[in-house]
Design a binder for this molecule. Structure first.
Ligand code: FES
Length: 327
């Protein structure tokens, strides 16, 4: 067993707010995609969210999964998430599709957002691939409500898999059905090239699409291209060889080679919230009091990474011998 194996942990104590919510409806959205609607138990208003935000679903099987909200920003009587049943599901989407019944009460965490919409942008380009359409649909509704200038490019493999077409009608939608275009992907280079220089561009979809989006937008002004990943873009930092000082706990813990900060904190019995453990959900975001993290997450913008104010302890390491964290 590795020295940083998390077997003996007292992990974890959720740090973000949670609430109990009841699943009040399941609706068909497209082939393999259902919409799950949750309402507060006591009928009170739910915490507000902004377009691009997600919530954590704490499943009875012990898993915690993040799903983007797709109902309009401003609604506080419900949260709606669109979930595709993943054929390679490790117990999240398959359990939700196969086991979750209307009336069930779940713990929800959040809402949180690392995919925020710049509402004042002169023009916005929204790009979605597959189930990545969920935050994009929410953003499109918001931009339409604001009367903003925007366009939506939505790629699906087959027309039957296209969700939210009712919501996206009237949103300057360009639907790209791969199998009707000789299985060619969305022409992201051309889409980015045609966008005004001061436009903000957003993309959510599978990894190849996100990689192509990053290439297509590489020359755009800093902070104008935004994406949300479903899987890690880089391996976790496990080089070790540095010390983490926990300012509030008054402890110093050495991170050994082969271990992540999160792994080691677990072994040491330090309670830190975490979920995806890949740097894509934000659950483990921790304030940095001093030192320079070696950021490996897919959430923080370049500016946020350079500011070194927060880090994801599940996957990021340290460039300095000592890192002081607000734990
Ligand atoms: Fe998801 Fe760290 S646990 S970002």
């Amino acid at each position: 067993m590795d020295a940083c194996s998390p077997v003996t942990t007292t992990f974890s104590t959720p740090a973000t707010a949670t609430l109990q919510a009841r699943l009040t409806a399941i609706r068909y959205a497209a082939e393999g995609i259902h919409l799950f609607e949750f309402c507060a138990l006591d009928g009170r208003a739910l915490p507000a969210f902004t377009a691009g935000a997600h919530v954590d679903l704490h499943l009875p099987n012990g898993l915690v999964r993040q799903y983007s909200l797709c109902n309009p920003q401003g609604e506080t009587h419900r949260y709606v998430v669109g979930i595709k049943r993943d054929a390679a599901s490790r117990g999240g989407s398959a359990w939700i599709h196969d086991q979750l019944k209307v009336g069930t009460v779940l713990t929800l965490g959040g809402p949180r957002s690392h995919f925020a919409l710049h509402e004042a942008a002169p023009h916005t380009v929204l790009v979605a691939g597959g189930i990545g359409v969920t935050p994009i649909a929410c953003m499109a509704q918001r931009l339409r409500a604001l009367g903003a200038s925007f366009e939506v490019h939505y790629s699906v493999r087959r027309r039957a898999e296209a969700a939210f077409l009712d919501v996206l009608a009237g949103c300057n939608l360009h639907l790209h059905v791969d199998c009707e275009h000789g299985n060619t992907p969305l022409p992201l280079a051309a889409i980015a090239a045609n966008a005004p220089a001061d436009a903000h561009l957003y993309c959510c979809g599978p990894a190849p699409m996100l990689d192509a989006f990053e290439s297509a937008t590489a020359g755009r002004p800093a902070g104008h291209a935004h994406l949300e990943r479903f899987s890690a873009a880089a391996p976790a930092a496990a080089e070790g060889g540095f010390t983490v000082q926990l300012a509030r706990a008054g402890r110093s813990i050495f991170i050994a080679k082969g271990c992540t900060i999160l792994d080691t904190l677990r072994v040491e019995g330090v309670a830190v919230q975490a979920s995806c453990e890949q740097g894509i959900c934000g659950s483990c975001e921790t304030r940095v009091l001093s030192g320079r993290p070696d950021h490996r997450d897919s959430l923080l913008s370049d500016e946020e990474k350079q500011s070194n104010q927060v880090m994801m302890v599940c996957c990021s390491g340290s460039k300095d011998p000592v890192l002081v964290l607000d734990i």
